[in-house]
Design a protein around this ligand. Structure first.
Ligand code: PRT
Ligand code: ZN
Length: 283
């Protein structure tokens, strides 16, 4: 049995559950208990506060955890980041009141900065050779300057609207973060086997999301060129159409180069291009 810790409620909860579901893992009843198990995969799921997850994984109470990289790095536990999950994206940033003149990081010298991420902030300031007073608080960091508790803050930002409504402006990015999978470094072989199976599924889900299945009709005299820009998993499938001189071409295209490929295909005379989402992709 592999034990995975996920956030009990909050910003990472839904995407974590969704990921397990997309991996074909069905959880037994409700979600508001401390733990539950999967009935079709040897997995036990623990629902915890995100801040506690690195410690629990380090102690071996859980074998693996889904947690923000920001929390993982702040806690500094000796556990291993094995996969970036692509959700829960945010940045840890320093912000100052919007009418404070700010030219460079040297302007932070001597200021009082409120944060819940004192360790990451301290490391960042040390690297930048800036001395500031770090004031650790546990929540509502963004109101600190407004109530005279600090001159600046260091907090997570995604859309920036919280900073805006509190009259603050983002001036330095300390860290870019997303949800990650982190594991205990001493997993026994039996758990490693289950983890490997889980990773195969996660990879299949994530790879599928990053790729699209594409079908198109191509004139036979352009097939070679079209095939060369559609490498697919091995090479594209080419099937003759009933209409003389034309073929149907099928392949897989990565999201990152998708539009570029479509433009080239059109220029080469491809017609009737269909793009279909892929559910799972095993390389
Ligand atoms: O109860 P528990 O301790 O588990 O939850 P929590 O309240 O500590 O964490 P939660 O659910 O707020 O965040 C969990 C994780 O989500 C964080 O550790 C990050 O990895 C990630 N994440 C992504 C964020 C944000 N985006 C985010 N915007 N975490 C927090 N915020 C907050 C931020 O602190 C600020 O208050 O949202 C506000 C800013 O948002 P914008 O959109 O206005 O910029
Ligand atoms: Zn938390």
């Amino acid at each position: 049995m592999l034990k995975i810790a996920i956030q009990r409620s909050g910003r990472l909860y839904e995407d974590s559950i969704k990921l397990l579901k997309e991996c074909g893992i069905e959880l037994n009843n409700g979600n508001k208990q401390l733990k539950t198990s999967a009935y079709n995969f040897p997995l036990e799921v623990y629902f915890l506060r995100d801040d506690d997850i690195p410690q629990y994984v380090y102690d071996g109470v859980a074998d693996v955890g889904i947690v923000g990289e920001n929390v993982l790095l702040e806690k500094g536990k000796d556990i291993e980041l094995i996969y970036r999950l692509g959700f829960g994206r945010c940045r840890l940033s320093i912000a100052v009141p919007k009418n404070l003149k700010y030219n460079s990081i040297a302007d932070l010298e001597g200021l009082k900065i409120a944060t819940t991420y004192s360790s990451l902030l301290q490391t960042f300031l040390n690297e930048k050779k800036v001395t500031a007073e770090i004031h650790e608080i546990s929540g509502s960091v963004e109101i600190a300057p407004g109530i005279g508790l600090a001159d600046a803050i260091c907090d997570l930002v995604s859309s920036g609207s919280t900073l805006f409504t509190n009259g603050l402006k983002e001036v330095e990015v300390v860290l870019r973060s997303e949800a990650v999978l982190a594991i205990n470094k001493q997993l026994p072989a039996e758990k490693k086997d289950i983890l490997e199976k889980l990773m195969l599924r996660i990879n299949a889900v994530k790879t599928a999301k990053n790729n699209k299945y594409i079908l198109l009709n191509a004139p036979n005299n352009k097939l070679k060129e079209i095939a060369s820009i559609l490498p697919g998993m091995k090479s594209p499938t080419v099937v003759p159409l009933a209409e003389e001189g034309w073929s149907s071409v099928q392949s897989v295209v990565n999201e990152n180069i998708f539009w570029e490929v479509i433009e080239k295909l059109k220029a080469l005379g491809a017609e009737g291009i269909l793009v279909v989402p892929i559910e799972k992709m095993i390389m």
